[in-house]
Design a protein around this ligand. Structure first.
Ligand SMILES: NC(=O)c1ccc[n+]([C@@H]2O[C@H](COP(=O)([O-])OP(=O)(O)OC[C@H]3O[C@@H](n4cnc5c(N)ncnc54)[C@H](OP(=O)(O)O)[C@@H]3O)[C@@H](O)[C@H]2O)c1
Length: 270
């Protein structure tokens, strides 16, 4: 790994209190980074910071609710107030809503777009300029296999939000090529985290999808870390997930949408 001249670069990880975000924080600590950990819940962030301290990584905790439109700017200012420079950004915080478009409160939709679409864009915009000036930076946007798959009903906005994040990452990757700032979209498939507990589909997805379709957060994090170091614009962990993404790309829309309709029926969503 090529690192900037300071002994330990600093990675800001959103959604670090659980799952893939916590795993990405652990991998970065292992590779010599200090961390800024953010999420809404303070207790798991503190527990993670204590754990990372045992590996020699310093972790700063900044609790924030990214559904608040003022949160990205507040994070930026809190980082500056502590005299920290951010060398890397992991935009990871996210969740899905599966009750259906018409059963979801408009404010919930707004919050989802804010947390997973607007906040990552704003955080990248706020922190990337200094990375370019220093000639070193890493931006890893945690999107999803869902962003490469046909549209789904039930969690109607989730896929499009993740598609946006993939395309925006690829555009920024091109724009920053040659500056020393790497930009990668990480597109996990089914991953064992709190995600399906939070959206209330744990028992459905556990019975619908066999164990081999699930990956650990640690594996996903290691694949994401390596891809960003290699400055790949996009990475999808797992052979089967890559086959699915490839298939979705070449199927006619009509066939692809029918295929996904069948998937939704298995999950009893439609
Ligand atoms: N698990 C999967 O199967 C899967 C597959 C593909 C992509 N992904 C993506 O991977 C990312 C991480 O998800 P995960 O699987 O690790 O889920 P998770 O275990 O539920 O973790 C989600 C993280 O996001 C944070 N978060 C949620 N809402 C937030 C808000 N309003 N403000 C700040 N932080 C917020 C949570 O922290 P607090 O609750 O403490 O705020 C938590 O740290 C998400 O973007 C998700 O879309 C997951």
């Amino acid at each position: 790994m090529s690192l900037p001249s300071r002994p330990r670069p600093v990675m800001l990880v959103t959604g670090a209190s659980a799952g893939i975000g916590a795993a990405l924080a652990r991998v970065h600590a292992e590779k010599g980074w200090d961390l800024i950990l953010t999420a809404r819940r303070e207790a798991p962030l503190r527990a993670l910071a204590d754990e990372l301290a045992l590996t020699g990584a310093a972790a700063t905790i900044l609790t924030e609710d990214l559904a608040d439109p003022a949160a990205p700017r507040r994070l930026f200012e809190a980082v500056a107030a502590r005299g920290l420079a951010v060398d890397g950004l992991v935009n990871n915080a996210g969740y899905s809503r599966t009750a259906g478009f018409l059963n979801t409160d408009p404010d919930d939709h707004r919050a989802m777009i804010q947390v997973m679409l607007t906040a990552p864009v704003e955080l990248a915009r706020l922190f990337a300029s200094a990375m370019v000036e220093r000639g070193y930076g890493r931006i890893l946007n945690v999107a999803s296999l869902a962003g490469q798959m046909p549209a789904t009903g039930g969690d109607t906005l989730y896929g499009p939000i993740k598609s946006f994040l993939i395309k925006a990452s690829q555009g920024l990757h091109l724009e920053l090529r040659g500056t020393g700032v790497h930009v990668t979209a990480l597109c996990p498939g089914y991953t064992l985290t709190e995600f399906h507990d939070v959206n209330g589909t744990r028992s459905e997805v556990s019975s619908a999808y066999p164990g081999w379709m699930w990956q650990t957060a640690e594996h996903v994090a290691r694949v994401g870390y390596a891809a960003c170091e290699a400055n790949r614009p996009k990475v999808t962990p797992g052979v089967m997930n890559n086959l699915l993404a490839g298939l979705a790309k070449y199927l006619p829309d009509r066939v692809a949408l029918n295929m996904v309709g069948g998937h939704a029926k298995r999950l009893k969503r439609l």
